[in-house]
Design a binder for this molecule. Sequence first.
Ligand SMILES: Nc1ncnc2c1ncn2[C@@H]1O[C@H](COP(=O)(O)OP(=O)(O)OP(=O)(O)O)[C@@H](O)[C@H]1O
Ligand SMILES: [Mg+2]
Length: 502
Amino acid sequence: MPVQADVAPAVVIRDLSFSYPTAQGPLLAGLSFSLLPGFTGIVGANGAGKTTLLQLLAGQLTADAGFIDGACDAVYCEQRTDNAPATFHAFLQDWDSGAFELRGRLGIKPDFLARWHTLSHGERKRAQIAHALWQLPSLLVIDEPTNHIDSAARELLLQNLRRFQGIGVIVSHDRELLDALCYQCVWLDAADSQVYPGGFTQANEQWQSARHTAIAERDKLSQESKRLQRELVRRRTQAQSSHNSRSKKGLSRKDHDAKEKIDRARLTDSKAGSQLRQLGGRAAKVDADYQSMHVSKQYDTGIWLPGAQSHRNQLFSVAAGELPLGDDRVLTFPALAMAPNDRVAITGCNGAGKSMLVQHLLGAVNLSAERIINMPQELSVANASRVLEDVRGLAGDALGKVMNIISRLGSRPQQLLVSRQLSPGEIRKLLLAVGMLRTPHLIVLDEPTNHLDLPSIQALENALADCPCGMLLVSHDNRFLDRLGVTRWAVKIDGQGNSQMH
Ligand SMILES: Nc1ncnc2c1ncn2[C@@H]1O[C@H](COP(=O)(O)OP(=O)(O)OP(=O)(O)O)[C@@H](O)[C@H]1O
Ligand SMILES: [Mg+2]
């Protein structure tokens, strides 16, 4: 097992800027903050640049400007679960007591590498995190660790992360995790990123209150700027008309009195002129202050799902049966059927076979493909690119609708359209938006709240609550399921490791 490196006192990030070559503007601009031992949370909308920031910290990307000081020996635990970490075999073969204990604590089995592609995403996530902790880095950057994992694994993960002694950075939409772990949070926002002390709840309160103060200040500046502009116009008009009346044209050469009066008035005019210039300068300054004041925009959020109930008697009906789970285990299930307006959630711990069962049920669905929204648990990078290509090829009207939904889900549609690699949250939003173009009769969502930022989870929750069509869901997020009033189909693993649904 590697030896614990000296704990670095701090990592300093100064004026960091980064843009992707295809993007229209910088993703991160002038970002500065410091990291001390303990965990720092990174919070922001899907596509805000959280993963990008972690990759910069881990040295996988290079900044356009600014510097990161003290981030040597960083380990990055990635958001995607497609491949096993490069040195995973060394972790499995390390018989040092620390490695042994870590594998035991996080339930990592010797055959995990050989079975990687049949492991559930939750099992892969646990394996990635155990492997990252095994390396005892002085800087550990973790991207969305609680996606996919069940509540028991989540608790395990929390206990293990608490033992970590170094500097940790964690990207997560999991409020409870951030509250339990972080001493500060970075709010990532294109217009104005900020660092707040405390976990999510404390930082969120400060962010909200700073935002309200900034909005009030900006409104004040805007009113003052308008008032000064009006005053400027009034005084200029006044100056122009008095200038016209100061003309000596037409006066008799001998009318000395009148000429002297005009000269005196002109002197007053020149004073008024200098006051006018001062007023102009002040108006310009207030306007510049107003223009330079960035307040992060909050878009109208909330979507409406145009679902409808199918006229068929049943959406599907399957006979009782058994599904192989890939390692000599099986999932046994009874006869299952869904009525057009049923809301069903398949629940159970990681590796119970929930996603496989969903695939099996989807095969029996009695609807045309265009009446189904199917959001799988993860989409490969290639499939995500295909979805984006299809969207780019949509006719103007349909494209407009999709972009509007993306924006109402809190992400930036233009940035998404030119992206070379959509973030996982953006992919989900895009799948949902495309599905909404066709009125679905069945919505199938496998772990829908993974990867989504908090406002869009809320928006999705509200939209589903009002949607009349059938729903087949898989989720570990009980709050989400309770809100939707679903019927639960629970899959349980028995002592032999086989899964059963009764
Ligand atoms: N190689 C790339 N080229 C161009 N744009 C990219 C590339 N990789 C990512 N992007 C875009 O940069 C933005 C930031 O991506 P990033 O993955 O950092 O977001 P994120 O905040 O981690 O999002 P999520 O919450 O969904 O994980 C996104 O709009 C994404 O589409
Ligand atoms: Mg990300």
